[in-house]
Design a protein around this ligand. Structure first.
Ligand code: ATP
Ligand code: MG
Length: 799
């Protein structure tokens, strides 16, 4: 059915491309609808029954009806509306954020007050830095908490298991196996239950949702306190439960939630609202800046990589960027990394030296020559291909999960527990079936399992499975040549590929960095071993070096980050001179991977139907004009409106933005086409109605001292039904002056502007609405962020 509708939509695009570029009010109103009668008839039923804002207009008298018909047909909104509605239905639940600053009279008054007090913006700036500092500290402490919990619990678990395995009779392995199953299953059950029932948005690594948030999409509950707890405890459970995942990705999400929580000084989860002078930050764009800093600090604490954090925020997140913001983000990253470092050094009684959760340790003899560079690039190509395969499998699996497990919470928990049991079973089976032994001296694993081996030797396969993924990764990087053999590594890499692929997307809080690195480190080491067999006399072949290159290639091929990943890897290895090989590998992996599919995070964003705006406008977008993209007719408000009208419009439409137009310029029948004055949001109207800011109540300057009113209700606004119940009949006849509250300088665009230009405006400024004007400054259409995302996905056949 949806295919059919899409086809219909495409057919109509052909017709629309013949449309004239110039649109004026007259032409809109007087346009003869003959051209479109077919279109109209086809879709009329759909339109009338399902599109509330059109039915609203249809309740007009005969004359107006004619006007509406011609207006609607002129812009072919009907055909668009079919696909548009499909899209809106799919992306339901995701509202847009508004990163534009509303410079209304309230804002001006606030600025003036601050200037009069002699504080200017210094006080605000100082508070920002202070808040950033606390955010950094708290993120550092969260990282410590995760680090120590994971370390203590896993040490205990593997120590006990190792003792059991080493002391038990080879013929009665059932007890250690059952204990292993339990120590995997119970934590994963707890973690998964927490995530699934408390905060489903905390599932996965959290990078996709933070990307969406910074892109301008309000993913429900994404930065709530409960999400933070689910994320933090969830990731401890997943890692302790032996899942193939890391604890680094979730730190980014944790950082973002901390930033949002502290900067807003209120929590919906706990119903708390602290009046500590931070209410100026209760705006989308302020909050976004803090969230960017929090995400960056999360990366910094996770990888001990403050620069990587800043670049991550730049590459993956912030749509808006300026010098001040970079400074704050960098400061936040440094503070979080420093906090973690200090706590760890105090605990370990050492000098400061471990700035992150993940540390690859110092690589000793890591050097390279020119002739190795093609080899690194070749490994990048392989990483790109395996990454693309990983993403493909994971995508198919995610689609299946969406189909069968979407709203079945118990099954989602059961699935997670099943995968954790499967991981233990596979590990156990491999240890038994392919047990190979090496002398203990060549191995540096923390928990040597001597099971199945002679005295003085230990099980190689167990050394791979019997540890946190981070520790195994470190061993793969640093163990001497000859510590692992080809057969064990090959079997391990194949099984781990599938296990980690299945694990990502479970309803648990889990990171993807470590499994990605681990896969690459394993096959990279295999490359190293292969080379040393082929060229036995060469001294430049160290398997550790190839493990690092393999890890970069593999992760680059999966996540497709370039600059931030390179810097993170350079910082975690602490070796700048090896930066170029890492960069070449990561970039090659990305380019090769991009030939096949998108990065894993983008795939997950696409699959969840989030209206996401990419970096670039679609290729032929300069040939499409605003008049084609816009939604028309537009429901507008006059600068002074009757309360009754406002309530009626709010209750009969679901629009979030209303252009405000001059009085008596509006076309009364359709409430549209007035001369543009500004833009007002639904939320602002609701707050005004709730507080009864009516002219009759306060004749002179009704907006005085109302600044905090709007901020205090952010981000959850009053309910319309409740407001309606509170309004008396007299009040309904009162007048509202919208001028002080509306945004008088909201962005507008001419009907002849190209889609390319609109896209760039939206992307760069983080807008939510843009009003389309004709040559006479009259409102003829509106484009929202979601409309644009719709256009880029449906119209350009992204799917
Ligand atoms: P979001 O709700 O996240 O802000 P949206 O695209 O859903 O984004 P809405 O304001 O909910 O925006 O409007 C839904 C649809 O109606 C959009 O396609 C938009 O173009 C259109 N629209 C928005 N405001 C008006 C308006 N005042 N008059 C007519 N149509 C509008
Ligand atoms: Mg909407």
């Amino acid at each position: 059915n949806s295919e059919r509708r899409l086809q219909k939509f495409r057919d109509k695009q052909k017709f629309r491309s013949t449309l004239n570029r110039t649109v004026s009010t007259e032409s809109l109103i007087n346009h003869d609808a003959n051209n479109d009668t077919d279109d109209h008839n086809n879709d009329q039923d759909l339109n009338a029954t399902n599109h509330p804002h059109h039915t609203h207009h249809n309740v007009q008298n005969g004359d107006a009806n004619k006007t509406i018909t011609s207006v609607v047909s002129m812009t072919s909104t009907i055909s668009q509306s079919v696909s548009r509605r499909m899209y809106h239905q799919k992306s339901l639940g995701y509202e847009s954020l508004d990163y534009d600053i509303c410079e209304n009279m309230l804002h001006l008054e606030e600025e003036n007050n601050a200037r009069r007090k002699g504080l200017g913006n210094h006080y605000l700036e100082f508070t920002r830095w202070l808040v950033i500092f606390f955010i950094g500290v708290l993120i550092g402490l969260t990282a410590c908490c995760i680090l120590y919990s994971v370390e203590t619990l896993t040490n205990y678990k593997y120590q006990k298991l190792m003792n059991l395995l080493n002391s038990s009779n080879p013929n009665s392995m059932i007890k250690p196996y059952i204990i292993w199953l339990l120590t995997n299953g119970i934590p994963v059950f707890l973690g998964s239950w927490l995530v699934t029932y408390m905060a489903p948005v905390a599932a996965g690594s959290g990078i996709p949702v933070i990307k969406c948030y910074l892109n301008g999409v309000k993913v429900p509950e994404v930065v709530r306190v409960k999400t933070y707890f689910a994320k933090m405890f969830g990731v401890i459970c997943s890692v302790v439960g032996g899942l193939a995942c890391g604890k680094e990705g979730p730190m980014i999400h944790c950082g973002a939630t901390i930033a949002a929580g502290i900067s807003q000084a209120k929590s919906t989860t706990f119903n708390l609202n602290f009046e500590i002078g931070l209410s100026r930050f209760r705006e989308d764009h302020e909050k976004r800046d803090f969230v960017s800093a929090g995400a960056a600090a999360g990366v910094a604490a996770a990888f001990g990589s403050p620069l990587g954090g800043v670049l991550f925020a730049l590459e993956e997140g912030a749509s808006f960027w300026n010098q001040q913001l970079v400074l704050r983000i960098f400061f936040c990253s440094l503070v979080s990394s420093f906090t973690l470092n200090s706590v760890v050094s105090v605990f370990n009684g050492e000098r400061m030296g471990s700035p992150g959760l993940l540390n690859f340790g110092k690589f000793q003899d890591i050097d390279y020559s020119f002739y190795e560079i093609p080899l690194f690039a070749a490994m990048g190509v392989f990483g790109g291909i395996t990454g693309a395969l990983f993403n493909l499998f994971n995508m198919k699996l995610t689609i299946l999960r969406q189909r069968w497990l979407e709203n079945r919470r118990l099954l989602r928990v059961a699935e997670a527990v099943f995968v954790s049991l499967l991981t233990a079973t596979i590990g156990f089976a491999l240890m038994n079936v392919w047990s190979e032994c090496t002398p203990e001296t060549t191995e540096e694993t923390q928990f040597p399992v001597t099971y199945g081996c002679q005295k003085g030797q230990h099980n190689v396969m167990a050394a791979l499975w019997f540890n946190t993924p981070e520790a195994t990764l470190k061993n793969l990087f640093h163990n001497k040549d000859g510590a692992w053999n080809i057969r064990s590594l090959t079997i391990f890499v194949i099984t781990y590929f599938f296990i980690s692929c299945v694990t990502y997307g479970l309803s648990v809080s889990s990171g993807l960095f470590i499994p990605g690195l681990m896969l690459g480190a394993t096959w990279g080491r295999l490359v190293g071993i292969g080379l040393s067999y082929a060229l036995p006399n060469e001294t430049w072949i160290h398997s550790g070096k190839f493990a690092l290159i393999g890890a970069s290639a593999s992760l680059g091929g999966i996540v497709r980050m370039t600059i931030s990943l390179t810097v993170i890897l350079i910082e975690t290895t602490g070796n700048l001179s090896f930066g170029l090989p890492i960069m070449i590998t990561v970039f090659t992996a990305k380019w090769v991977g991009d030939c096949f599919n998108e990065g894993i995070y983008d795939i997950h964003i696409d699959l969840s139907n989030v209206p996401f705006l990419g970096w670039q406008p679609p290729s032929d977008s300069s040939r499409i004009f605003a008049s084609e993209v816009m939604h028309s007719p537009v429901t507008s408000l006059q600068v002074r409106e009757k309360v009754r009208n406002v309530v009626q419009i709010l209750s009969s439409t679901h629009y979030n933005g209303f252009p405000v137009v001059d009085e008596n310029t509006i076309h009364q029948a359709v409430r549209t086409f007035g001369r543009y004055r500004g833009l007002l949001l639904r939320s602002q109207l609701l707050v005004m109605l709730k507080a009864k800011i009516f002219q009759e109540y306060s004749l002179d300057a009704p907006w005085k001292n109302l600044n905090s009113l709007f901020r205090n209700s952010y981000p959850r606004y009053p309910n319309l039904q409740q407001i309606m119940n509170e309004l008396t009949t007299d009040e309904l006849e009162m007048t509202m002056d919208l001028r002080p509250v509306m945004n008088p300088s909201a962005y507008t665009i001419s009907h002849a502007a190209s889609l390319n230009r609109i896209f760039r405006l939206f992307r760069a400024l983080g807008l939510r609405h843009i009003v389309v004007l004709n040559d006479y400054n009259e409102v003829i259409g509106i484009v929202t962020r979601k409309d644009l995302a719709f256009y880029c996905t449906v119209r350009f056949d992204k799917h």
